[in-house]
Design a protein around this ligand. Structure first.
Ligand SMILES: [Fe+2]
Length: 289
């Protein structure tokens, strides 16, 4: 029974046609570790170059991730999904660690908090905001599926994972011996630990979310944008086996997603307009009515 279910999941997670043609996504199935080994994946990644911090904003239960290449003389760094309320904390840490913030990135246009990218840009000249082109938001740098964002000798690969919003991407650490092992995937709200993002706003689509589940080795570490239960990290293999939504067939998944009966997001009316302009809403000239 487990074997049958795994085969189906393996197909769902590793054989999505849209990814098979991408050079950067080629992961030979023949090298896929056994189920037992994969679900016992490591809970941390190692690299002599990478400095990594997982930071938390408690009001929206948002994780912000700090990554830096500390082998590089400049110690270039980036933040993924910063929150406006914790920008000062993040910058203090960056200063204490002697890092140079280069990029402030978002996995998608958030509806539950205001991004910190706008504030970061005002406080640290030269910082570039990054978001997917498909998000329709403003930013200094737009990324698309397959592109890389580099800091020193480390890089993040961009993977389109739409469905929670139309423009959701997952940032994945690089492939190769000189990059962190195992790889780390910053999934935003596309895949949460034992869950996934809602699909009823912002161009969300359950069908699309199900199809866009990315192709990654099962020991890849999953770092989501939120957690509400105290989890910090999972693996692709672990979610393949235990995620209560993503282990279902597509029709069941769509039924689940259309019957969540979630409340209207309380921050959405504030967060969306702000995040569409990179959190710089207060600095924009007022528009005539
Ligand atoms: Fe979201």
């Amino acid at each position: 029974m487990v074997v049958t279910r795994f085969s189906r999941l393996q197909h769902l997670l590793l054989l999505q046609p849209r990814f098979q043609q991408s050079r950067v996504l080629r992961h030979p199935l023949t090298r896929t570790p056994t189920l037992i080994r994969s679900v016992m994946g490591s809970s941390s990644s190692s690299s002599s170059k990478l400095l990594f911090r997982q930071l938390f904003e408690k009001e929206s239960s948002t994780y912000t991730y700090l990554l830096a290449d500390i082998s590089h003389p400049d110690k270039p760094a980036l933040l993924i999904d910063p929150v406006d309320k914790t920008v000062d904390r993040d910058l203090k840490l960056i200063s204490e660690l002697g890092l140079k913030l280069v990029y402030a990135m978002n996995t998608h246009v958030h509806a539950d908090h205001v991004t910190g990218t706008g504030l970061l840009k005002t406080k640290v000249p030269g910082v570039k905001s990054v978001i997917s082109k498909a998000s329709g938001s403003k930013a200094d740098k737009f990324v698309e599926h397959g592109e890389r964002v580099s800091i020193g000798d480390l890089y993040l690969e961009v993977r389109a994972t739409p469905g929670h919003t139309a423009g959701c991407v997952t940032y994945v650490t690089g492939e190769g011996a000189d990059q962190p092992q195992p790889r780390m995937a910053f999934t935003g709200d596309a895949v949460l630990i034992r869950g996934c993002g809602r699909t009823d706003f912002q161009g969300g689509c359950a069908d699309q979310l199900y199809e866009s589940i990315f192709t990654l080795p099962k020991d890849t570490l999953i770092y989501p944008a939120h957690d509400y239960k105290g989890f910090e990290v999972s693996t692709v293999g672990e979610e393949m086996q235990h995620n209560p939504r993503l282990t279902k067939d597509k029709e069941t998944f769509k039924t689940i997603m259309s019957n969540l009966n979630l409340a209207y997001p309380k921050m959405i009316d504030v967060a969306l307009p702000a995040n569409m302009v990179c959190g710089l809403q207060d600095l924009l000239p007022s528009q005539p009515n």
